[in-house]
Structure formats: structure tokens, C-alpha cells
Design a protein around this ligand. Structure first.
Ligand code: M6R
Length: 357
């Protein structure tokens, strides 16, 4: 039940600190070590390449999961849209392992790929929030998200739970292959949960940002580089699906290859700056759009902030920043939709789980 909350989406956004703590607890042994069913770790270790298949927000989580797995466990990983994969299957490696990411476990596009993959005799792991869901039953292995029921059509807590489980999977797999993951995920996720709480406590600022930037706009852009780019894709999906404002996520470096032509006087451009190695280049992109009249809103990470940034995120481990940088974006989308009188939990034309191809 949504209790005192006006909408399920708001409730689910604010459950995220608890969900992250629950995920840690579910995958942690008493001695503090993270554990995952050894047969899953073995399956990852036997694979020469991982293929993540998903749709929508779960696909966006996959883009970040790829970075976790490649950085920590050093296994080459590809990420594919389920709806494209079936018709346009890439050349597979010799020993592929498939990872399906799906909040509902019922997405028809992903199910169709799983059927194909099983026919070819390959193994599959499903990350899902719903025990006993179709994708869970039909795969060889399942990892649960433990996010609790997600009711709002716009996915929020399932996304951050997916990222947390993917980070845990990456660290445990690294250990299984004697690779040093160089990060204590359980410890860093606990810091993430605290940072999320801080963001929830300060949500009024995100309501104000929604008012300042999105009250009259018909379109908007989200720019970032590296991990921030993947979060920008998710931010844009969130905003467009519930507020009906056209929203696009772009890689900062790609702007000059076309999208910058769309910038007009007053176009809202949200920029995420959480990654040190691309911070200065991203700032350059912000200047380029500002010079063409964009109304820019920079959200940066503590330690990387500069004069004029609209919001500075509390510091977490650099690779885990997507788990917290997405929160302002979820809130901004929520308030933009609310201010426009949209049906936040049940946006037009959309269903919670998409069971047709
Ligand atoms: O249940 P799934 O994770 O497989 O769903 C995938 C997409 O349909 C879903 O993420 C959709 O994009 C959401 N409405 C996004 O908020």
C-alpha cells in the first residue's frame, strides 16, 4: 500500500536506501563476505563472454552492469536490447552466458530471446524482482533483486537494486577468478544507502529544479560521459514516460555531431558530472550548449564541483555513482509530471509489464 504517500512512485523512490540495505543483507554472510550461489559464479567464470539482454530501464541497468563486470571481474560483456536481439543476433562467442535483467520477469521481448538461447543450448541467468516469474523459471539460474513489489509504471527502486546486485555479482565473480576487484562492494553500498537517504531528505531542492527548468518546456536534454551517459539515458526515459516532455540522453562528446542543432534559447539541459576522468570535457560540452542559449543544470559529485553547479551529490565510490545520481533525476521527473497534472503512477499508453513483442 502507498500509505501516506501521494503516489507509488514517490514511495518507491524513497524506499531505495532500505532496498540497498536489504540487498546487502541478502547477499552477505555473517562474516561480512558477499556470497552468490557458487554454480552461478562458476557459470560466469566458464563463459568467455557475457550477453546482457533487457528492455527499457533494465537495459539501462545492463549498460552500467557491463562496466561493473568488465572493471571488476574482467569478463568481456555485451549489452543488447531484447527487442533487437532476436532478429539481429550478434555473432556469439564460443562459450557465451546470457544474463536477462527484468524487474517483472515477464517482458515478452526478453522471453523470446531466452527461448531462442535455450534452443541453441546456452545457459542463462535471470536477475529479477519476481520469484517464480517466467524469465526466472525458464533460465538456469536466478538472482533476486529484493526490491519489494514495484507498482508505479516508472521503474525506480528496481533499477538501483539491479545495479546493486550487478555490483555484488561483479565482485563475487572477481574473487572466484582470483582477480582483485579493488573495491569492497558491501562497504561501498552501505555508503550509497546513506547517501540516498540524504538525497531523499533534501528532495525539496529537486522539486524546485523541476519548477525552474521544466514548467514550460516541451523538450529537454540530459548529457553525460561514461557512466553518467548511461544514467542520462535512464533519466530521459523517466522524464518522457511520466511527464510527456520530450527528453533525450546524449553522450557529451556526440553533441557536436548533430544534437547540438536542437538547442534553442531556454532549452533545458541537465548535465551529470560524477566521473573525474571526463569532468573537464563534460564541462566543455556544457559551455557549448550554454553559449547557444541552453538553460543548463549541472549536477556534480562532491570533489568535482565547480562554481555555478546546481546540485552537488554526496560522495560515494566513483563506480557506484549511478546508484545515487539517478535519484535527483527520478525526483525531477516525478515533480515535473506532478506539476503538469500527469497521472504519475499510470502514464498514458504504458503498462507495467510489456507482455507482447
Ligand atoms: O519488467 P522489465 O524490467 O523487463 O521491464 C522492462 C521495461 O518495460 C521497463 O523497464 C520500462 O521501460 C519501464 N516503464 C521504465 O520505467
Amino acid at each position: 500500500e502507498k500509505g501516506t504517500y501521494q503516489h507509488y512512485m514517490l514511495k518507491e523512490i524513497e524506499e531505495q536506501p532500505l532496498v540497498i540495505r536489504k540487498v546487502i543483507q541478502q547477499y552477505q554472510e555473517e562474516n561480512g563476505q558477499l556470497v552468490i550461489d557458487p554454480s552461478i559464479v562458476e557459470a560466469l567464470n566458464e563463459a568467455d563472454r557475457l550477453y546482457i539482454v533487457a528492455a527499457g530501464t533494465s537495459y539501462h541497468a545492463g549498460l552500467i552492469g557491463k562496466q561493473f563486470i568488465e572493471t571488476m571481474a574482467k569478463i568481456p560483456t555485451e549489452v543488447h536490447l531484447a527487442s533487437e536481439f532476436g532478429y539481429n543476433m550478434p555473432l556469439l562467442s564460443e562459450k557465451p552466458l546470457f544474463i536477462f535483467i527484468s524487474q517483472s520477469g515477464e517482458t515478452a521481448d526478453s522471453r523470446a530471446v531466452l527461448v531462442q538461447v535455450k534452443k541453441l543450448g546456452y545457459k542463462a541467468l535471470t536477475l529479477t524482482n519476481v520469484p517464480g516469474s517466467t524469465l526466472s523459471r525458464e533460465a538456469d539460474y536466478t538472482l533476486l533483486l529484493h526490491a519489494g513489489p514495484e507498482i508505479a509504471v516508472a521503474s525506480t527502486k528496481a533499477y538501483t537494486a539491479q545495479l546493486a546486485v550487478l555490483a555484488i555479482l561483479a565482485e563475487v565473480t572477481a574473487k572466484g577468478r582470483n582477480v582483485d576487484a579493488e573495491i569492497d562492494i558491501a562497504h561501498e553500498l552501505a555508503i550509497v544507502a546513506n547517501a540516498m537517504e540524504e538525497l531523499c531528505d533534501g528532495k525539496d531542492e529537486f522539486e524546485q529544479i523541476a519548477r525552474d527548468y521544466l514548467t514550460v518546456s516541451r523538450n529537454s536534454f540530459f548529457i553525460g560521459r561514461s557512466l553518467d551517459y548511461a544514467v542520462c539515458l535512464e533519466a530521459a526515459l523517466k522524464l518522457k514516460e511520466i511527464s510527456y516532455i520530450q527528453a533525450e540522453g546524449f553522450a557529451g562528446g556526440e553533441l557536436k555531431h548533430g544534437p547540438i542543432a536542437l538547442i534553442e534559447d531556454g532549452t533545458p539541459v541537465f548535465a551529470l558530472a560524477t566521473q573525474e576522468n571526463v569532468n573537464l570535457n563534460l564541462r566543455g560540452n556544457v559551455k557549448e550548449v550554454a553559449a547557444r542559449g541552453a538553460n543548463t543544470c549541472i549536477i556534480s559529485m562532491k570533489g568535482l564541483e565547480m562554481n555555478g553547479d546546481r546540485f552537488v551529490l554526496p560522495e560515494v565510490h566513483e563506480i557506484l555513482t549511478p546508484l545515487i545520481s539517478v535519484l535527483p533525476m527520478q525526483y525531477i521527473s516525478y515533480y515535473a509530471a506532478l506539476h503538469r497534472g500527469c497521472d504519475v503512477d499510470k502514464p498514458r499508453n504504458l503498462a507495467k509489464s510489456v507482455t507482447v513483442e
